[in-house]
Design a protein around this ligand. Structure first.
Ligand code: ATP
Length: 302
């Protein structure tokens, strides 16, 4: 009988998840594949973010008991800092972000925000404190204004306009015949990858969270759009503790610290310059990507 009810449970969970605004995370967390494994502890309290100091203490985790993915991660992310997580595909970068959002609980060790263990706080308060700019933003079949305000029913027209300015998309919206009332999504105006990302940034600005997780798109935007978006992101990172999951190293050169993950372990960390001097995995990845960029430019010039 329980087999029969499982799909219903799943649906209920997806519905609740969407209501909580988790859909923001788009492909990053792959809603349908993720099971409801985590429940609020009976004694859980709302998370109180004072400064936004994040710590991973000897964190171990596996999706399946027989396959460990994170193998003793220690990370100290000072309040307000921007930390980029890089590493080969499958190293566990997105897994770190999923644990931060408490889609799963750690197998051992702990993750804290301002000293509070994520397992002791309500999921609602945790998810309200974290803004995610995902790889792929899901747009609802509604107005662009609704899409920006999404998750904050109390947002005023001025909040929405100001977030659009912060995300450098206000000019584009105002030029549309129906402005913020323009319908977008499947049945409305189609937005480009860069425009969608700006909507996600504006959505995050309306939410105004003390902690940010940026999941950099793997599919490249054209280099001018990418540079523009990068500048916007750097502006919204200010004053917030930010974790950037990065694929292209050129976008995280400015990070306060770069953490290099390989097979679930932190193998190097430091600033861009320090890691280049170290001459290890990061330096190797940097050289390879620089070479690829050059080859790309040569092709474009031909
Ligand atoms: P990429 O750069 O390719 O996005 P990543 O470093 O973000 O990779 P993760 O997505 O964290 O890597 O995945 C780490 C490992 O965990 C991979 O081997 C992956 O197969 C496994 N994994 C990811 N999600 C799940 C899941 N839902 N169930 C089981 N295993 C998973």
């Amino acid at each position: 009988l329980s087999q029969l009810f499982r799909p219903l449970d799943m649906l209920g969970w997806v519905y609740r998840t969407i209501r909580q605004g988790v859909i923001d995370m788009g492909s990053m967390f792959d809603l349908i594949d993720t099971r409801a494994e985590v429940v609020d502890a009976p004694h859980s309290m709302p998370l109180h973010v004072e400064r936004g100091h994040i710590r991973f203490e000897n964190v171990e985790f596996g999706y399946d008991p027989d396959r460990q993915i994170l193998k003793g991660i220690d990370l100290d992310i000072p309040a307000g800092a921007t930390v980029a997580v890089v590493g080969p595909s499958g190293a566990g970068k997105s897994t770190l972000a999923r644990l931060m959002f408490r889609f799963y609980d750690v197998t051992s060790g702990r993750i804290t925000v301002d000293g509070q263990d994520l397992r002791d706080v309500t999921q609602h308060s945790l998810r309200s404190a974290i803004g995610i700019v995902p790889q792929d933003t899901v747009l609802f079949n509604d107005t662009i204004g609704y899409n920006i305000a999404y998750g904050r029913e109390d947002a005023t027209a001025e909040d929405i306009a100001s977030a659009a300015r912060g995300a450098a998309i206000a000019g584009f919206i105002q030029a549309l015949p129906q402005g913020f009332d323009t319908r977008v999504g499947e049945r409305g105006l189609k937005l480009s990858g860069g425009e969608k990302q700006r909507v996600a940034i504006a959505r995050t600005l309306v939410k105004n969270p003390p902690i940010l997780i940026l999941d950099e798109a793997t599919s490249a935007l054209d280099s001018r759009t990418e540079a523009d978006i990068q500048a916007t992101l750097e502006a919204i990172e200010r004053g917030r503790t930010t974790i950037v999951i990065a694929h292209r190293l050129s976008t995280i050169v400015h990070a306060d610290r770069i953490v290099v993950l390989e097979s679930g372990r932190v193998v190097e960390q430091g600033s861009h310059a320090e890691l280049l001097r170290l001459g290890g995995l990061y330096a190797e990845m940097w050289m390879r990507q620089a070479q690829e960029r050059e080859e790309g430019e040569d092709l474009a010039a031909e």
